[in-house]
Design a binder for this molecule. Structure first.
Ligand SMILES: Nc1ncnc2c1ncn2[C@@H]1O[C@H](COP(=O)(O)OP(=O)(O)O)[C@@H](O)[C@H]1O
Ligand SMILES: [Mg+2]
Length: 275
């Protein structure tokens, strides 16, 4: 053991904190003690060299062609690109609705690209909330029943269906069927359904694609507040490039490839974004 600490210091280098102690031992030799502390946050989602190929009768479609990206926990991510770019395929892979042709997909500690279909079913049930363009509510169930169904399927759920409905300001519409609600109300119900599962990741595929401008903005504001208040990672896919400005991270895709990954130092509130 060194007898005396002659000095201590910190150096920050390449996202790693080095703690250095210079010590003087009995025989007057200097010893250096160095602790390294990673300051970079661990990625919550890792897409590594992922390929998804569809073999059609007369040609092959490279829907996702060697894509790699990282997403941090609690990030609001916008994946943007034209129709046919591979956006929905990325969400389907992340949500365990499809297996990649090759590559690795990590969600938390899980490498879901190696999962069996049984494991993927469990993963979809417990780990992921989905918000789709056309809401995907069960037409013969009320708003409350639609949400209850999801919470029953997800045993880890901590939020009651009623509270989830309240969190999207629809507490007085619980007994209404989807056909009795507007598009915006149905989408809020579907967001409540994804929140009640208490999953750490919500995947949204063109969630405002069927809504008018004002209602769409309200839905985006709601998703953003859920992300920031509950530290839920939200990945939103859209062809509307104006939505880039509200994201913490923007992934631009084109023809199955990633064009760019950008971090927004100061994302804009959706209220300030026009299109
Ligand atoms: N199940 C499938 N079978 C065959 N081709 C598919 C399938 N799903 C997607 N594709 C093709 O993959 C490409 C990317 O599709 P998609 O991910 O839906 O794009 P986006 O959501 O960006 O519009 C398109 O060319 C599409 O036709
Ligand atoms: Mg799509």
């Amino acid at each position: 053991m060194p007898s005396k600490v002659a000095g201590v210091g910190f150096i920050l280098c390449f996202n790693t904190f080095y703690f250095i102690a210079i010590t003087l031992d009995k025989s007057d030799f200097f010893c250096y003690v160095c602790f390294m502390v990673e300051t970079q946050k661990e990625a919550f989602i890792r897409f590594k060299n992922v390929k998804k190929t569809f073999n059609l009768s007369n040609h092959v479609v490279h829907a996702v062609d060697e894509m790699s990206f990282d997403i941090l926990e609690g990030e609001f991510v916008v994946i943007v690109g034209p129709s046919g770019a591979g956006k929905t395929t990325i969400l389907n892979l992340l949500g365990g609705m499809d297996n990649p042709t090759s590559g690795d997909i990590f969600v938390g500690e899980k490498n879901i690209s190696k999962f069996s279909s049984k494991q993927l079913t469990e993963f979809r049930r417990t780990d992921i909330g989905f918000v789709f363009q056309f809401y995907n509510l069960m037409p013969n169930l009320t708003a409350l029943e639609n949400i209850s169904l999801a919470s029953q399927l997800s045993p880890g759920s901590l939020i009651t269906a009623k509270d989830a409905l309240k969190s999207v300001n629809l507490e007085d519409r619980g007994h209404h069927f989807p056909s009795q609600m507007s598009g915006g109300e149905q989408q809020r119900t579907s967001i409540a359904r994804s929140v009640t599962k208490n999953s750490k990741l919500i995947l949204c595929d063109e969630p405002t694609g069927a809504l008018d401008y004002i209602t769409g903005k309200k839905i985006l504001a709601l998703l953003h507040s859920i992300c920031k208040e509950r530290n839920i990672t939200i990945i939103l896919v859209t062809h509307n490039s104006a939505l880039k400005d509200m994201a913490d991270k923007v992934i631009v895709v084109k023809c199955g490839k990633i064009e760019s990954v950008t971090i927004n130092a100061s994302p804009k509130p959706i209220e300030e974004i026009e299109w």
